[in-house]
Design a protein around this ligand. Structure first.
Ligand SMILES: Nc1nc2c(ncn2[C@@H]2O[C@H](COP(=O)(O)OP(=O)(O)OP(=O)(O)O)[C@@H](O)[C@H]2O)c(=O)[nH]1
Ligand SMILES: [Mg+2]
Length: 301
């Protein structure tokens, strides 16, 4: 699930996999995995598919975390918010190039979400179609007649949700990338390269590097994320606006957690590396003020 912050990635999964509606917004901390079993009807038979959905934080700047999540992906569902045009533009400007940087090319399904809202729309389904056709035409990805590559969705009415995930299911089934270990190895190496070059002088950049660095000590990212979510909360970090002081605290908490199952030397070298990243954060207080002022002024200009 790809798309900017607050477009509705988590809400769509919640509605689809658990049939739950929840109006509150809490940015997804790191990544979260949900499994959904579905039936895929092909002309000759019905196949059972276990779809593993990877939800991630959409916020700008978590580039290494995003890249890590893309490794091994078989398809992507790109989510935009019809009331914010930049969420559509960012497909081209950020999400698709970043994804294809890691996984070469995988089938893409597009949705414009929040169709239930009364007005305030900054783009429509036609605009989404333009993007979708640009990416899916030359490929031989086939879908049954009743399914498409793009949908208008709403978590309130439920429109388009089942169909969008059915499309993803069909495409995953036909484009099974898991059979190629060389490809996965290559993707992994590419990802390591991205991590090395990531920008760490901003609070988000450093936190991004620390999160990914912590995950690399684990076979199972889900377990790492589970621990991270707890420690990030304990350190009082707001994932969308982290501050240096709390990131320093987090580095300590992570070392404490690691000391339960890692040897002393590894814990110490992890701690030293991460604390150096956290210490080198240049706090951009001034920029925060400008950003906040802009948020206040925006409706008036
Ligand atoms: N009216 C309306 N609100 C929606 C819809 N989908 C999501 N929302 C609301 O939009 C807000 C953000 O939704 P989330 O699902 O948390 O967004 P996200 O894409 O997971 O955001 P990040 O985790 O920060 O990347 C929440 O308040 C949701 O209730 C929709 O179809 N219609
Ligand atoms: Mg989310």
């Amino acid at each position: 699930m790809l798309g900017d912050c607050a477009v509705g990635k988590t809400s769509l999964i919640r509605r689809y996999a658990f049939n739950r509606l929840d109006d509150s917004y809490r940015a997804t901390v790191g990544t979260k995995v949900t499994t959904k079993h579905l039936k895929i009807k092909t002309p000759n038979k019905t196949e059972n598919l276990k779809l593993v959905l990877w939800d991630l934080i959409g916020s700008n700047g978590y580039n290494a975390l995003h890249a890590m999540t893309f490794v091994g992906a078989d398809a992507a569902l790109l989510v935009s918010d019809m009331t914010r045009r930049e969420t559509l533009e960012n497909f081209d400007d950020y999400w698709i190039p970043s994804l294809f940087n890691i996984v070469d090319s995988v089938p893409l399904v597009f949705v414009c979400n929040k169709a239930d809202l009364n007005g305030g729309f900054e783009f429509g389904f036609e605009d989404l179609l333009d993007v979708s056709e640009e990416y899916n035409t030359d490929r031989d990805y086939n879908l049954p007649d009743d399914l498409k590559f793009s949908y208008t969705t709403s978590i309130k009415s439920g429109e388009g949700i089942e169909e969008a995930f059915q499309s993803v299911g069909h495409l995953v089934l036909r484009n099974d990338g898991h059979t190629n270990p060389v490809k996965e190895l290559y993707e992994g190496l590419l990802f390591t390269d991205i991590c090395r070059s990531s920008e760490r002088s901003t609070p988000i950049g450093a936190l991004d590097a620390i999160i990914v660095d912590f995950c690399r000590g684990f076979e199972d990212t889900r377990m790492a994320m589970y621990i991270l979510r707890q420690e990030i909360a304990k350190a009082g970090i707001d994932i969308r606006k982290p501050v240096k002081q709390n990131i320093l605290k987090l580095v300590g908490f992570l070392a404490e957690a690691e000391s339960g199952f890692m040897d002393e030397e590894t814990v110490y070298s992890n701690f030293t590396r991460r604390i150096n990243w956290a210490r080198s954060i240049k706090e951009q207080k001034y920029h925060h003020y400008v950003e906040d002022a802009f948020e206040i002024l925006r409706p008036r200009i």
